[in-house]
Design a protein around this ligand. Structure first.
Ligand SMILES: C[S@@+](CC[C@H](N)C(=O)[O-])C[C@H]1O[C@@H](n2cnc3c(N)ncnc32)[C@H](O)[C@@H]1O
Length: 380
């Protein structure tokens, strides 16, 4: 049976996610704000959780109504027969996303929604399911846009960027979804040598490796919220999971990660060890970018240098302009993609980008710039 679904993501990655969804076989794919709406059956729902590299979570709308007051909100939530989704032994949580002149406190809207659910159980059974904010069995989302309310179930539970490989991180790790989005935007072919010269915990290299070897981003996880739903189809899930295991390929691609900090390199190696398959392809070594030699004649560099925020730099402008000089003189033949939220320092790289893409690393507006370093390129 087909259902409407919503995959949430970060600003700037909506088009990438829409492309991923189309490849997965989703129908009626429509880009929205920080989300993509689509339709599909249960197989598409499970595959979305297992395979989407740039989705934060997958929501399933279950009810829509209009409300301009707390009473109408309460009544709308009460229209759902919650015994179809919850029982007294299950815990739940409610997240409200409010953009409305009728309701201005999202916490309050969430509370009213919770009251309506609890009261329905109390009336029928004299008892109620408990709320668990941290690890609930059922995650409910209410979205209110002016007077339009929709109730959705979060099928992912723990956000999908928690792939399970990143055991520890360096000081300023990049989000896995953003890293995967950058790899996608760079149109890296999965074969050209890939270098992250400031790799920190190794996220960009590991995301690139997973893509190159067709490793599903959800393969290490055994906890998706839909597995606790009443209609969970364990046979279908097992089939899709083993299909994903079988889909992992081998490749000769070389992926190199470097960091100036020996300790951070150890963290990256430890994170990569979650994937036995990647050991042949990825190497992490300690090196200073400013004296690093090319490991291959041509390749792609994708990196996020320190922003001078969480990782302090003595002189951010000098660091970025030295980076530009080094790229220009030592990395000819490469294609560089650099993300930073230090926008003024990024400009000092001094190379003319042929693409500027606004993305968000958490709350920080960042820019991903594409700097082709081909021989004899204009602007060098
Ligand atoms: C923003 S972090 C990278 C985070 C990484 N993408 C991750 O997911 O963990 C920047 C990294 O650059 C490293 N770094 C700073 N100066 C460097 C240099 N001269 N050469 C190589 N690495 C450097 C830092 O040690 C830090 O790990």
């Amino acid at each position: 049976m087909k259902m409407n679904l919503v995959a949430r993501t970060y600003a700037g990655l909506e088009e990438v996610l829409a492309e991923e969804l189309k490849q997965l076989g989703a129908e009626h794919v429509k880009v929205a704000k920080r989300a993509v709406e689509y339709s599909g059956d249960k197989e598409i729902l499970y595959k979305s959780n297992l395979w989407l590299r740039t989705a934060l979570d997958i929501l399933k709308p279950i009810h829509q109504f209009k409300a301009k007051s707390t009473e109408e909100l309460y009544a709308g939530v009460s229209e759902i027969d919650w015994s179809g989704y919850l029982d007294l032994k299950k815990t739940f949580s409610v997240q409200a996303i409010v953009n409305s002149s009728y309701f201005n406190h999202s916490q309050f809207a969430a509370l009213k929604c919770k009251d309506a659910i609890v009261d329905q159980f109390r009336e029928k059974t004299n008892d109620r399911p408990d709320v668990d904010k941290y690890d609930p069995d059922l995650k409910i989302v209410i979205r209110i846009s002016e007077n339009k309310c929709s109730i959705l179930l979060n099928s992912s539970g723990t956000p999908l960027f928690k792939r399970g490989y990143r055991k520890t991180t360096g000081d300023a790790p990049i989000n896995e979804i953003l890293a995967a989005g950058m790899v996608h935007l760079s149109e890296w072919d999965g074969k050209t040598p890939f270098i992250d010269p400031m790799c920190g915990s190794g996220t960009l290299c590991i995301e690139a490796g997973m893509k190159a070897l067709n490793i599903a981003p959800g393969i290490l996880r055994d906890d998706f919220a839909f597995q606790k739903w009443r209609d969970f189809d364990i046979e279908l899930w097992d089939m899709l999971y083993f299909e994903a295991k079988d889909a992992i390929t081998t490749s000769d691609v070389k992926i190199y990660g470097y960091d100036i900090s020996e300790q951070t390199v150890r963290i990256a190696k430890n994170n990569m060890s979650s994937f036995r398959e990647l050991r042949k392809n990825i190497t992490f070594n300690q090196a200073d970018f400013f004296s690093l030699e090319k490991a291959a004649e041509n390749g792609i560099i994708i990196t996020n240098p320190p922003y001078d925020k969480r990782i302090k730099l003595q002189d951010d402008v000098l660091f970025y302009s030295d980076m530009g000089t080094r790229l220009k003189h030592f990395w000819e033949g490469y294609d560089a993609w650099i993300i930073s939220s230090n926008l003024s320092a990024l400009k000092r790289i001094g190379l003319r980008p042929n693409r500027n893409i606004i993305l968000y690393n958490g709350p920080d507006e960042s820019k991903l710039v594409h700097l082709p370093l081909y021989k004899g390129k204009k602007g060098h």
